[in-house]
Design a binder for this molecule. Structure first.
Ligand SMILES: NC(=O)c1ccc[n+]([C@@H]2O[C@H](COP(=O)([O-])OP(=O)(O)OC[C@H]3O[C@@H](n4cnc5c(N)ncnc54)[C@H](O)[C@@H]3O)[C@@H](O)[C@H]2O)c1
Length: 364
């Protein structure tokens, strides 16, 4: 049986990707390689049918020996490199870990692939692919108009996006220099099940449920293009099988929303699923409506104003398009967090209480 390695497979998108492949009943052995940081949880991989259960290997993508062993032991046909430090606020708080995992880790995964690939038969070489999962944040920020295309120059503004940009350049270089069969995807903001509750949508949902403030950064006018995570998984699987070697593909949901709009939508879904008057936490907090919990807080330093993806290349060349729209996707997502309180509690236990991070003062 051929093998797919998924690094970061215990994180938000990686775990959804494993569930997605399991649903497709792909005939590959699935191997998850994950360091299990605060963002990685084996609970997110529970409930898979036996035949589709992933082999789990605990390890660090920045650890050369562990990465070489991974390639040696599992001889993959496909590698999906999801593993990363992914939260902008944490990158402001402590950028070092982002450089280590996102740049050095990507380097070790690529260099391990280069050495492994060199030893493959001609037939195996034809099939092997390395797909690196990146973000639209590498392009920087947009004004009121325009879209990021695959040709937009990189202009990252946070330690997170800068470290992701560094990895993207290495991916390109490994193709140009060594002929490694790489693919690169730059995706917009994802939402859906299994996202660690430090990110906007699960954070707001759980705070609303508990009658806590809903902290909106700055004036709430920052715009992101939201994509339901299953659509991202579908795009990644499409690019892996049909993408042109050495190419990059933008992936987006055609769903631009301000943060304020997203939070208002969550409040309105909450109002339908759990009416305000029946939520004792809200009643105790003296609030009559979920929107009464919205609080505007100090903005994130270097906060990009607008991201918007032009995804026409992947649509035109590979026939992918998102299947979910924001209104139905957000409803499913909010309900998932409400119905999976066990998961929410387990992943936060003892390490995170939804505190504000990343308010570093500017250097003088
Ligand atoms: N979440 C988004 O909206 C979004 C959008 C576009 C691109 N991306 C990219 O998609 C990928 C996955 O993002 P996510 O939101 O699932 O992140 P996440 O933070 O939820 O999960 C990251 C996973 O990687 C693991 N990990 C971290 N450091 C590691 C290391 N050194 N070695 C091995 N494993 C390690 C963690 O344990 C965790 O399981 C990232 O590369 C991210 O940059 C995310």
């Amino acid at each position: 049986m051929k093998t797919i390695i998924v690094t970061g497979g215990a994180g938000f998108i990686g775990a959804n990707f494993i569930h997605y492949l399991a649903k497709l009943k792909v005939s590959y052995r699935l191997v998850v390689f994950d360091k299990l940081t605060y963002a990685g949880h084996l609970e997110s991989l529970e409930g898979l049918p036996n035949a589709q259960k992933a082999v789990f290997v605990k390890g660090d993508i920045a650890d050369e020996k562990a990465v070489l062993k991974l390639y040696r032991d599992f001889k993959p046909t496909y590698v999906f490199n999801f593993a990363a430090e992914s939260h902008v606020d944490r990158s402001i708080e402590g950028p070092g870990e982002f450089v280590t995992t996102n740049v050095m880790g990507a380097f070790q995964m690529l260099d391990g692939a280069r050495r492994y690939y060199a030893g493959l038969s001609t037939a195996a070489k034809k099939e092997f692919r390395f797909l690196h999962v990146s973000t639209d944040e590498v392009y920087g920020t947009l004004g009121k108009t325009g879209f990021f295309t695959e040709k937009t120059p990189y202009a990252p503004n946070s330690p997170y996006s800068a470290s992701k940009a560094g990895a993207d350049h290495l991916v390109r270089a490994y193709h140009e220099t060594y002929g490694l069969p790489v693919l690169l995807t730059n995706c917009s903001n994802n939402y859906g099940p299994y996202q660690f509750p430090e990110k906007l949508i699960p954070l707001m949902t759980l705070n609303a449920l508990e009658g806590k403030n809903l902290p909106v950064y700055g004036d709430g006018g920052n715009i992101r293009d939201w994509l339901y995570v299953e659509d991202h998984c579908d795009a990644l699987w499409t690019v892996m099988r049909k993408g042109k070697i050495g190419d990059k593909y933008n992936v987006g949901g055609d769903s631009e929303r301000t943060n304020k709009q997203v939070v208002n939508t969550i409040c309105s879904v909450m109002g339908k699923v759990m009416p305000a008057g029946r939520n004792q936490n809200l009643v105790k907090a003296g609030k009559r409506d979920y929107t009464d919990l919205i609080t505007f807080v100090k903005d994130r330093p270097g906060h990009d104003r607008r991201y918007a993806i032009d995804a026409s290349k992947i649509k035109r060349e590979l026939g992918w398009k998102p299947k979910h729209n924001f209104n139905t996707g957000i409803q499913t997502t909010v309900e998932w967090y409400l119905h999976n309180q066990d998961w929410c509690q387990k992943v936060q236990a003892g390490q995170y209480n939804r505190q504000r991070l990343g308010l570093a003062a500017k250097a003088k």
